[in-house]
Design a protein around this ligand. Structure first.
Ligand SMILES: [Zn+2]
Length: 516
């Protein structure tokens, strides 16, 4: 690692373990992994935390249906997430589980802190609750038939004595925080939605349940457990600790807190952009720097759902197309933040046109010509801008950096593929195979040398997105296995370098000859 000790802490949501992971969770986690890898490339001390949220009524129910204990059920599903992350080449640093002992200790300490602050009190609660959302609903949230609009199921009438969190006390401070930190909620178009909720007035909400046994007990109480969301959000702190640490809140915030960015789906924006900052203010802890709510995926233009059978199975997708193809498609196709669509035809077209043709063929043509005519050794030429792409290569790196820093992942890929397109075009125009035939060997070598410089840059810049492919290209170019903490410095138009000693050309992305 380089000396740079700037930290970068990124989290995915802690995924709810009521069911095996679906493609939406895969999408979020791929995006987080890409951002984390980019920051490592920039020399940051990165911590990428993912994990599972394991308490609540719904979990206990799912476990019962499978004749398992809730803990057995949680262990099983939590492992399924880990398996999928391995298949997707997700390089996380921490896996937070809300059924861990450390987590329970942190939740208790947090509860006591907030209690001492005077922000937790007992009161009767009467209201409506959707088990699917694990969230309270007011009458106006419901459909005309009194159903939860998301789950289309009946909400429960709910009345019991609970502990409440004094959310309303923080309304003004939260608005001030939004004003002082205009980038706190991203993308910016999500901000109005959150401001709308706050303007309606923040209400204190119950943070304990008498009726839910599968949860963390309220400290010094034997009748109630802590509300699953109040517990789960703290997984972003507790997950930073390992078994060896002394689990205190102060030890969690030493190195990586405050979080640089929480990446979430837009459906859980309220918990992260309203409840969570207020909870942290109450506990006198620093707030995360950014909450980024991305959009939803559809399949063939339709909402996905288990009941309709319209789903994408992430395991099947990886099995058929491979890890990098899956990672690439979603980030290339969908503006990060916006809703986006998957279809099999688009998927296949995207992989064939971008990876097999534009990138794969450029590499293959260059290496084949170089290996056949120059024994794989391409020397630094006299003419340093034969293809005329020096400036656009440099400006592409700058544009990529700007987009990545703003989490505009698709736009970052767009500029890379524009450069790949212009390189293909310049390569075809200069036609080095013709130059070789006419014995204009210096010009032919310039053409190959400069294409290799561009491919070298591309192989580093695509690394956060498609790490396996990046390393394949990198090694075909004759470089050693990269150390991603130091590669950023190798970018640029390095035309004074020693020669390229190329390896054998192997297709990095074979064309998919399957019918959509
Ligand atoms: Zn619901």
């Amino acid at each position: 690692m380089n000396q740079n000790n700037k930290t970068f802490y990124i989290t995915s949501p802690l995924y709810y373990v009521n069911d095996v992971p679906h493609v939406g969770s895969a999408y979020t986690t791929i995006a987080c992994d890409t951002i984390a890898r980019y920051k490592r490339l920039r020399g940051f001390d990165v911590c990428f935390l993912t994990g599972t949220d394991e308490h609540g009524q719904k979990i206990a129910k799912s476990a019962k249906q499978e004749n398992k204990s809730p803990q057995e059920h949680c262990d099983f599903i939590s492992n399924k997430f880990k398996e999928l992350w391995e298949l997707l080449n997700i390089q996380y640093d921490k896996f937070s589980r809300t059924t861990s002992k450390i987590h329970e200790k942190i939740v208790h300490e947090f509860f006591n802190r907030v209690y001492k602050k005077g922000d937790i009190y007992e009161a009767d609660y009467e209201g409506l609750y959707c088990e699917g959302c694990e969230d309270f609903k007011s009458e106006k949230d419901l459909t005309d038939d009194n159903l939860c609009p998301i789950h289309k199921q009946k909400v429960q009438e709910y009345k019991e004595k609970n502990y409440f969190f004094a959310l309303s006390k923080y309304e003004k401070k939260l608005v001030e925080h939004f004003e002082k930190n205009p980038d706190f909620i991203q993308p910016s178009y999500r901000k109005n939605e959150v401001l709308g909720w706050v303007k309606e007035g923040l209400k204190d909400f119950p943070i304990s349940r008498q009726s839910v046994s599968w949860g963390i007990p309220v400290p010094n109480e034997n009748k109630q457990t802590i509300y699953v969301w109040f517990d789960a959000l703290l997984g972003y702190l507790s997950g930073l600790l390992s078994e060896l640490d002394s689990p205190t809140i102060d030890s969690t915030i030493k190195r990586y807190w405050p979080c640089s960015v929480h990446i979430i789906g837009k459906d859980i924006l309220r918990f992260h952009a309203v409840y969570w900052p207020c909870m942290l203010m109450s506990a006198d802890l620093p707030l995360p720097q950014k909450v980024f709510g991305h959009g939803f995926l559809t399949k063939d233009g339709e909402k996905m759902g288990k009941t309709t059978g319209n789903i994408i199975d992430p395991y099947e997708l990886i099995k058929e197309f491979g890890t990098d193809a899956v990672r690439f498609f979603f980030l290339r196709e969908i503006g990060f933040g916006k809703d986006g669509d998957y279809s099999r035809a688009n998927f296949i077209n995207r992989i064939n046109s971008d990876l097999a043709n534009n990138l794969g063929n450029l590499l293959n043509r260059t290496l084949n010509l170089a290996n056949k005519n120059y024994n794989g050794i391409i020397k630094c030429p006299g003419n340093t801008n034969f293809l005329g792409l020096k400036d656009s290569t440099i400006s592409t790196i700058e544009a990529y950096e700007k987009h990545m820093d703003k989490l505009e992942l698709k736009e970052a890929l767009d500029v890379l593929w524009q450069l790949i397109d212009s390189t293909n075009k310049a390569f075809s125009d200069k036609a080095p195979w013709k130059l070789i035939k006419n014995n204009e060997l210096d010009d032919a070598q310039s053409c190959l040398y400069e294409t290799l410089i561009i491919l070298g840059n591309i192989s580093i810049l695509i690394n956060p997105f498609i790490p396996e492919t990046s390393i394949k290209i990198y090694s075909q170019l004759g470089f050693n296995k990269p150390d991603m903490y130091n590669e950023w410095e190798k970018l640029g138009w390095k035309d004074k370098e020693e020669c390229f000693k190329l390896s054998e050309a192997k297709p990095v992305f074979p064309r998919l000859d399957i019918k959509p």
